[in-house]
Design a protein around this ligand. Structure first.
Ligand code: SUG
Length: 418
């Protein structure tokens, strides 16, 4: 499908913010917990993310981006009556750059799937994790600008807070091709052993109803997968057009899930990785399924995986076998997003998919080579090189983080979102 004109899939990546750090705030996210207290490298993190976007643009895909949110969020800390003397974790939460994982920004239903023929977006409330629960107001403000064209988009506020909603990370879409009407599959959790099930069934149903979906399915995540560290379904499964790439243990009832998908969307092919080839532990550690499964204009479906997957021997041998077979996934492309990976965010976490005509989106949120270079320039000059978790809360660092974001907004002519 051509990049110019018409309805295509656009990946909106989160630019990694200048406060990127390893505070270990996400219970159930094994990488984030393991790396708690490590020194982070915000500048390198942001450049890795931009390099990933450039790689996808080179294959001919349309690319957009979202801005980092204002951090530290002092208004949130004031509302909680918290400071470093009372609760260091809340202070770290106010500094978190977690909005970079835009798969959690919103749930998106393309125009072809909805009753009113418009593309609907619901900002995710992210209520399960305190450090993520204050993202939505600023994310919503951004969505309202980027998708402000009311002839084509409807932007919804969050699902009421008693129901946890994590956005597109627990949502898949199947269609013969992106521009055609599709089936939307919402994956919710009921229990996750020692870890929280972040996506609630009611939240999924509320989103589906308010988007006016013609075809929707609701399926349960395997509690064993959540307990193994798959805090979002996109850690164990990914869909693209008529292909589901999934771990055998992703869903509570895999056979019934595949059948229901195939029944509602005939022609779907399931590429299932058995636990005997890649254990759940290796799937979570390597983030094999947190890949971007993309269809470049060549039509040859490509799996954009984190380097860590390629370096995990059972995963690599499974992928090599897959490539040698005649399956629907024709290419595998490793990318280095190590800074994000160390917080449990792979290539798929870093992007929100929107199926729409790029011409209907505010052009300030669309990326091309020249703009990528401009952003790299601002990152190179203003993003902190490193952050030690002990620096969190320091006023001089806060000032440089604010300055960095301000310079980015100025460069992109998006000061209105200051
Ligand atoms: O919510 N990590 C994020 C990672 C999100 C990944 N997204 C998807 N799977 N779509 C999270 O757990 C770590 C931040 C910290 O611990 O400081 C964090 O928020």
């Amino acid at each position: 499908m051509s990049r110019q004109g018409g309805v295509v899939e656009i990946n909106f990546d989160g630019l990694v913010g200048p406060s990127h750090n390893y505070a270990g705030l996400s219970l159930g996210n094994l990488a984030a917990t393991k790396n708690a207290g490590e020194t982070s490298f915000p500048r390198a993190a942001a450049l890795q993310g931009i390099a990933k976007m450039r790689g996808n643009m080179e294959t001919g895909l349309a690319q957009g981006f979202f801005l980092p949110l204002p951090r530290p969020n002092t208004g949130w800390l004031e509302a909680l009556a918290a400071d470093a003397s009372t609760d260091a974790a809340l202070v770290a939460g106010a500094w978190s750059a977690s909005s970079m994982w835009t798969a959690n920004a919103a749930t998106v239903s393309p125009a072809g799937d909805t009753a009113d023929g418009k593309c609907h977006l619901t900002v995710a409330n992210l209520v399960t994790m305190p450090h993520r629960s204050h993202e939505w107001p600023d994310t919503l403000a951004q969505l309202q600008v980027a998708f402000g064209n009311k002839d084509h988009f409807v932007v919804h506020g969050p699902v009421p807070p008693c129901f946890g909603d994590e956005g597109a990370a627990n949502h898949m879409r199947f269609a013969p091709s992106h521009a055609e009407p599709g089936l939307e599959v919402f994956v919710y959790g009921r229990s996750g052993g020692p870890f929280p099930a972040r996506q609630h069934e009611q939240a999924s149903r509320i989103v589906a109803r308010s988007h006016g979906l013609e075809r929707a399915l609701f399926v349960e995540q395997n509690p064993e997968a959540i307990a193994a560290g798959a805090f979002h379904n996109d850690v164990v499964a990914v869909a693209n057009e008529a292909v589901l790439f999934t771990h055998e243990l992703a869903f509570a009832d895999p056979a019934a899930t595949y059948d229901a998908i195939r029944q509602a969307c005939p022609g779907v092919q399931v590429v299932e990785v058995p636990a005997s080839a890649v254990s759940l532990a290796d799937a979570v550690k390597s983030y094999l399924f947190n890949a971007q499964l993309i269809t470049p204009p060549s039509g040859e479906m490509t799996l954009v995986i984190p380097t860590e997957s390629w370096e995990t021997p059972p995963v690599r041998s499974w992928l090599e076998g897959m490539l040698a077979s005649n399956g629907p996934i024709r290419h595998v492309k490793p990318v280095d997003v190590r800074q994000s990976m160390a917080n449990g965010g792979g290539p798929a976490c870093l992007r929100l998919r929107v199926v729409a005509d790029p011409a209907t989106i505010d052009p300030r949120f669309m990326l091309d080579d020249a703009k990528a270079s401009l952003i790299e320039g601002v990152v190179g000059q203003y993003w902190p090189e490193q952050i030690d978790p002990a620096d969190i809360g320091e006023e001089s660092l806060a000032a440089s983080i604010r300055l960095a974001r301000g310079k980015l907004l100025e460069t992109l002519e998006l000061e209105a979102l200051a």
